[in-house]
Design a protein around this ligand. Structure first.
Ligand code: COA
Length: 260
C-alpha cells in the first residue's frame, strides 16, 4: 500500500508505522490521519501482524499536534466534524484488538499526545516532551485529550496540563503515569522493538480480550464490566491457546501460541 506521509516496515509479527512529515514535525494533517487510519485497518486485518509500533520521523518530534494550518480555518460545523472524525480514528486505534506501542521520539504535543494516549503502551525517549498546548492557541483538545488524559493521569494533573498548556519532560510524564517507560533516545527503537517482540509472543486472543475488557469495561458500570469480563473469560476457555498455555505450565515447558 502506498502512503504519502507514512513509512511502513514489517519486522516479523511487528509492524512499524512512522509518521513522516519531519519538516512539519510530523503534524497531523487530514491526509496523514486518513493514511494512519488505512494503515491501522490493514494491520488489524492482517493475521500475521500481532503488534504495531507507532513513531515519528526525525530526531525531534513524534507528532507536534494537529496541523495548525487546518485548525486555523475551521468553522463551527467543520470544526465539530474535524474533531469527530479524528476521535473516531483514534478510537479505532484504541480498539484495534492488537497492542499499539507509541515510541515517542520527541515532541508529543496536542494531537500527538492524544495519539500516544490512544495507544496501548507508551515508551518515551528521555528527550521527549509531552503536553496539551491547545490552550495557548485559544483552543481545546479535539481528539479526546480532555477525556483520555484525566483517565490516565487523574483529574488534577490533567487539568494542570490542559489549562496551563506547558509541555512536560519525559521523566515527569513517567512519574505521573503518562508514559510507561523512559529510555535514552538512542535506544528508543531497540527497546520498543524488544517490548513488541515480547507482546507478539503472547496468546493473541487473550491479548485481544484483555484490551477489550479494559477499554470496554471502563465505559460500563463496575457490575456490567465484571459480567463482560466473565463472558470473555468463558470465551477464552474455547481457545486452543488456553489449552496449550495451561498444559505447557503443567508439563513444565514453554507454550507455543498459535492464535487459535
Ligand atoms: N501544525 C503545523 N505545523 C507545525 C506544527 C503544527 N502543529 N508544529 C510545528 N509545525 C511546523 C512549523 O510551522 C515549522 O514549519 P515551517 O518550517 O514551514 O515554518 C516546522 O514545523 C518546524 O517547527 P518550528 O516551530 O520551527 O520548530 P521549533 O523547534 O522552533 O519548535 C515546537 C518546536 C514543537 C515547540 C513548535 O513547533 C510548536 O509549538 N508547535 C506547535 C505545537 C502545538 O501547539 N501543538 C498543538 C496543536 S493543536
Amino acid at each position: 500500500m502506498a502512503y504519502e506521509n507514512l513509512l511502513v516496515e514489517r519486522d516479523g509479527a511487528v509492524l512499524i508505522v512512522t509518521i513522516n512529515r519531519p519538516d512539519k514535525l510530523n503534524a497531523l494533517n487530514t491526509q496523514t490521519v486518513t493514511e494512519l487510519d488505512r494503515a491501522m485497518e490493514a494491520a488489524r486485518t492482517d493475521a500475521e501482524v500481532r503488534v504495531i509500533i507507532l513513531t515519528g520521523s526525525g530526531e525531534k518530534s513524534f507528532v507536534a499536534g494537529a496541523d495548525i494550518n487546518e485548525l486555523a480555518v475551521q468553522s463551527p460545523v467543520s470544526g465539530r466534524e474535524h474533531a469527530r472524525s479524528g476521535q473516531a480514528v483514534f478510537d479505532r486505534i484504541e480498539r484495534l484488538g492488537k497492542p499499539v506501542i507509541a515510541a515517542i521520539n520527541g515532541f508529543a504535543l496536542g494531537g500527538g499526545c492524544e495519539l500516544a494516549m490512544a495507544c496501548t503502551l507508551r515508551i518515551a525517549a528521555d528527550t521527549a516532551k509531552l503536553g496539551q498546548p491547545e490552550i495557548n492557541l485559544g483552543l481545546i483538545p479535539g481528539y479526546a485529550g480532555s477525556q483520555r488524559l484525566p483517565r490516565l493521569v487523574g483529574r488534577g494533573r490533567a487539568l494542570e496540563l490542559l489549562l496551563l498548556g506547558a509541555p512536560i519532560p519525559a521523566d515527569e510524564a513517567w512519574r505521573i503515569g503518562l508514559v510507561n517507560k523512559v529510555v535514552p533516545g538512542a535506544q528508543l527503537m531497540t527497546e520498543t522493538r524488544a517490548l513488541a517482540q515480547q507482546l507478539a509472543a503472547k496468546a493473541p486472543i487473550a491479548v485481544r480480550y484483555i484490551l477489550d475488557a479494559v477499554a470496554g469495561g471502563l465505559e460500563m458500570s463496575f457490575a456490567d464490566a465484571q459480567t463482560y469480563e466473565a463472558t470473555l473469560f468463558g470465551l477464552i476457555a474455547t481457545t486452543d491457546d488456553m489449552r496449550e498455555g495451561t498444559r505447557a505450565f503443567l508439563d513444565k515447558r514453554k507454550p507455543i501460541f498459535r492464535g487459535q
